[in-house]
Design a protein around this ligand. Sequence first.
Ligand code: GDP
Ligand code: MG
Length: 305
Amino acid sequence: MNEVSAEKRSSRCGYIALVGRPNVGKSTLLNHFLRQKISITSRKPQTTRHRILGVHTTEDTQYIYVDTPGLHRERRKTLNRLMNETVERVIHDVDVVFFIVERMTWTDEDELVLNALRTVDKPVLLLINKVDQIQDKKRLLPHIEVLSQKMSFAEIIPVSALKGHNLEVIDEIARKYLPEGQFLFPADQVTDRSARFLAAELIREKITRQLGDELPYEITVEIENFKDQGNVLRIDGLILVEKQGQKQILIGKDGSRLKLVGSEAREDMEKTFEKKVMLRLWVKVKSGWADNERALQSLGYTDYL
Ligand code: GDP
Ligand code: MG
């Protein structure tokens, strides 16, 4: 055994923000970083400025991955402002930023993220994901060259979240940028409460992706049931909208939209929770019923998948 690696290193622990426009592969990457085993913490939302996505703990390092909510959820016209605000808020107390882009593409949205990141005084690691989709690998190098001109990245790392390519190096590279210190979370913590929270977020994300600007973002998703039945997780989600019209839009023709939301959310949940998931979704119009249990019962759950 190599003597250097046998030496005990001092522990490091820090926050890593994942940023990038939708669809670049943030969730897929996160699943890899967390080794599929989501260790969502039980920290209460008001005690942290971040939405903690998961914690990955090794012998000497604790990686706390946090989300940047405004980056992918809000409407396009306010995207720029929100992105700046969110990034500002988030980056002040993270230690490292992972900026994720995909293949050889560079879009306006990537540019928006980049602009927001310009104000960051933390190391920004650029991860170029989906390199498995680049046919001619020779073109990657000049592309990296171009990207490296955009701002001063601490590292540029081509990866494939899907194929697992080059991911093994990321832990070690990221570690260099984390401060020395004690772990902030127990090494292996999973709580049902935050799993519920995560499930609701996944559903909300799929709705937003399906509907874009068609729905205002005051959608509430409540997880009514979250039962581990051994070989299957049974999850019931209630989606609350403001108006009848929104409900129709969300359900779609013959329920097609809601089905899509449901199947996409379920796929993500199965990856995240590493278990078969039975997901049922309902849509309800918010006004008036929530305070009234009897009204709730009499509504009947008709729109489920
Ligand atoms: P997010 O919106 O940034 O969280 O992106 P997702 O993780 O949901 O990924 C969006 C899509 O890209 C999904 O269909 C993934 O399966 C796919 N994807 C993610 N990483 C890779 C990759 O490395 N290679 C390829 N070919 N597809 C990927
Ligand atoms: Mg995602």
